[in-house]
Design a protein around this ligand. Structure first.
Ligand SMILES: Cc1ncc(COP(=O)(O)O)c(C=O)c1O
Length: 441
């Protein structure tokens, strides 16, 4: 059935009567209403009114290759008549896993899941089973999906669950730390019941709060010293920071890694990969603590054939590193252009970001002129009117961000897109100055 409504405002009115909150993901909620999109290609998408948007959301960062990359489209089209989903083992899932293994030396074995959330959930279960210990160290503000296990520590105040409906027992199982080696060691010294350390390796919220890379090395040493499973959440960074993710960039082998987004060529799904002796617990032929398999894991759509087809096609492009090189270059030019614009208008703030991401911060920067030494809550706590003014200013000019104050680039973005964005950024900045929402440097 086609939904008959002329524009996004009318769709939203109708959606509110059918969908909880009118939406399917709370980040899509915007006032006065979300935009309703019905087409996307390359770096662009179009709403139901035919308005074009330069897209820096790119499928919540899943589309490193851009919307509807021809190889992914062709692979999915070829697979569809052969069956979208068999509920059987099939050759494509092996090829997919082999491609991932080829890029990630730490991934000795892989298990597909249906999402990034499921991936971090399974990684925690594996770590708890492997060590026989219940607790997890996680870091302030880091996001690992929406399951109950990591809702403490996700948003400030960190001793409070990020959602209603989370049992108090989860607080007992979650140790929230600052991303500082001394703090983590202090916890490990006094708690001998820690199974895992999990970390969003870009820094929290896809790197909008930067993480000092040496910290990741400290985590590796501490995990080894105290016999704790080190989980790198590479849902964002995997295949984006490099074909081999952040772990390739920093040269660290985590015990387990979690993936989604680019892993599937922007289709639904995810995976956990890591050391064979941990992943072995998922093997139904291997007895562990009186159970076969030791760790149970099911999921109707894990590794399903239609997704595997698109994913294999995507992995073959991703592994060359060319897409990352191009996307990084686009984001770097955007960041430099934004910084020049801020300077030109003498506005306090900076543009920053790793790899193919770009963020803006308005306000007094740290002593290095960046945001690395600011408190995460300060970076993520910009006034609501400013965040809304920035997002809406860009949206009205035909630019869609990923979330908060940032976006991601892709293989599909061009020099022309960069120039268009920088024009929209400057015009939006003028609005923010006029409305007194940003301060002078
Ligand atoms: C770092 C990180 N981990 C886990 C997730 C959850 O993935 P999904 O939305 O596929 O459940 C996300 C989602 O954005 C993420 O950014």
């Amino acid at each position: 059935m086609t939904v008959e409504a002329a524009n996004s405002a009318e769709y939203f009115k109708r959606a509110r009567e059918a969908l909880a909150g009118g939406i399917s993901h709370e980040n899509r909620y915007t006032e006065p209403h979300p935009i309703y999109v019905n087409r996307a290609q390359g770096s662009k998408k179009w709403d139901v009114e035919g308005k074009e948007y330069l897209d820096f959301s790119m499928g919540s960062a899943s589309l490193l290759l851009g919307h509807s990359h021809p190889d992914v489209v062709a692979a999915v089209q070829q697979q569809m008549p052969l069956g979208s989903y068999y509920a059987n083992c099939h050759p494509l899932e092996i090829e997919w896993a082999e491609l991932v293994k080829g890029m990630y030396p730490s991934v000795e074995r892989l298990r597909f899941t249906a999402s990034g959330t499921e991936s971090t959930m399974l990684a925690l279960r594996l770590a708890r089973a492997f060590t026989g210990k219940p607790k997890v160290i996680r870091f302030e503000q880091h996001y690992h999906g929406w399951h109950d296990y990591l809702m403490y520590g996700m948003v400030a105040p960190y001793d409070r669950s990020a959602s209603c409906g989370i049992p108090d027992a989860m607080r007992e199982l979650t140790i929230v730390s600052k991303p500082e080696a001394d703090a983590v060691e202090g916890i490990l010294k006094t708690n001998n019941d820690v199974a895992a350390i999990i970390c969003e390796v870009s820094g929290p919220n896809w790197g909008s709060v930067p993480l000092v890379k040496e910290f990741l090395h400290s985590l590796r040493s501490l995990a080894d010293k105290y016999g704790v499973v080190l989980i790198f959440d590479e849902v964002i960074t995997g295949f984006r920071w490099s074909p081999g993710g952040m772990q390739q960039v920093v040269g660290i082998r985590p015990d387990l890694s979690t993936f989604a987004k680019i892993l599937t060529g922007g289709l639904p799904g995810g995976a956990v990969g890591g050391r064979e002796e941990i992943m072995r617990l998922l093997d139904p032929a291997f007895a562990f603590n009186g159970r076969k398999p030791g760790v149970t894991h099911k999921g109707t759509f894990n590794g399903c054939s239609i997704i595997a087809a698109g994913a294999v096609a995507a992995m073959k492009v991703v592994r060359t590193g060319e897409a990352q090189k191009h996307a990084n270059e686009m984001a770097s030019r955007i960041r430099e252009g934004m910084k020049s614009t801020l300077e030109k208008h003498q506005i306090a703030g900076t543009a920053y970001g790793d790899a193919s991401t770009f963020h803006v911060f308005f306000g007094k920067t740290d002593k290095d002129g960046g945001v690395g030494k600011l408190d995460p809550a300060q970076i993520r706590g910009l006034p609501k009117e400013l965040v809304r003014g920035y997002q809406l200013g860009l949206r009205n000019r035909g630019v869609e961000l990923m979330s908060y104050m940032g976006g991601v680039t892709s293989l599909a973005h061009t020099d022309k897109d960069v120039a268009f964005f920088l024009g929209a950024f400057e015009d939006t900045l003028r609005d923010l100055i006029r409305d007194g929402l940003v301060g002078r440097a």
